[in-house]
Design a protein around this ligand. Sequence first.
Ligand code: NAD
Ligand code: UDP
Length: 320
Amino acid sequence: MTSRVVVTGGAGFLGSHLCETLLARGDTVVAVDNLCTGRVSNVAALQDNPRFTLVTADVVDGLQIDGPVDTVLHFASPASPVDYLRLPIETLRVGSQGTMHALDLARDKAARFVLASTSEVYGDPEIHPQREDYWGNVNPVGPRGVYDEAKRFGEAMTMAYRATYGVDTAIVRIFNTFGPRMRPNDGRAIPNFIRQALAGEPVTVSGDGLQTRSICYVDDLVAGIVALADSSEPGPINIGNPHEISMLDLAGWVVKLTNSRSPVVHIERPVDDPTVRRPDATKAQQVLGWSPRVEIEDGLERTIAWFRKHEVADQALSPE
Ligand code: NAD
Ligand code: UDP
């Protein structure tokens, strides 16, 4: 059965891929976005579809949608460390007030609600890999606290709406995801490395580069989110590719795949930068039958191909 879905943050990287997938299977989609880190160009190809609407609005100001709504996917929030450090109060507001408004919409419409939470709720983890029952190691007063605590508040608020009002909620903890439509200058490692390698500039690895992340191609991530939205699982549930890689190896891989001559240079490591991160994805496998399919090299090649084609135009359109 097709449904009407509200996607907050629908003009962002993940949100736009979600909108595209939902439209392709016949759903009607209302994307709500204030474009603080998203771009209209991300959804330009969807604008001719009569089942797609983009509403330019800030979810912190409220979220009123006419007509029935079956599902609310709450993805609005700056997500790159560079973005949320530039927008600290906005990040706290969208994670708190914005999440409450999205939950109120789900409550009003008797809709299913999915919160886009993050592996950052585990902070700099002392347990490796991270399972959903690990409570995390977050510095609330460090620079990343604005993002981590906003998401942790969002999770608590989601559980409170579920317990108090019976809203059909789900929490997904998303691990590092990459793919086409990341802004070349959003500051995250993969778009930085690809942009730098394609431009022949030094590829900037922070610290010694031995810190790890586990990176998931966007198509796999979206499949997991849709499976969760279609289920009655409340979560929290990790969605991410357990393929763990050091940032130094990742930089080397990008240089090789781009046939670049860029040198790798080391820059200062950000404060509270997590040392390791890898999902235990057992729950997603067992509950949703989900596991990632796209090999990392294949995903990197697809992403590099997209950057080669779009980089110049994208930089011109970027909010910075
Ligand atoms: P993104 O910055 O590309 O997209 C976020 C979108 O939300 C943007 O289009 C932005 O304009 C919009 N937005 C922000 N504040 C808003 C507000 N107040 N009102 C309306 N719209 C607003 O980031 P992304 O990588 O696509 O991340 C999407 C979501 O997934 C975020 O909630 C993020 O925390 C979560 N997440 C992403 C990753 C990842 O690896 N990409 C990992 C963990 C969690
Ligand atoms: N990083 C890096 N060079 C860059 C950007 C990031 O080495 O140009 C590092 C960053 O310090 C972190 C890792 O790459 O250790 C992942 O950073 P990203 O911002 O992509 O994601 P997050 O820290 O949110 O997991």
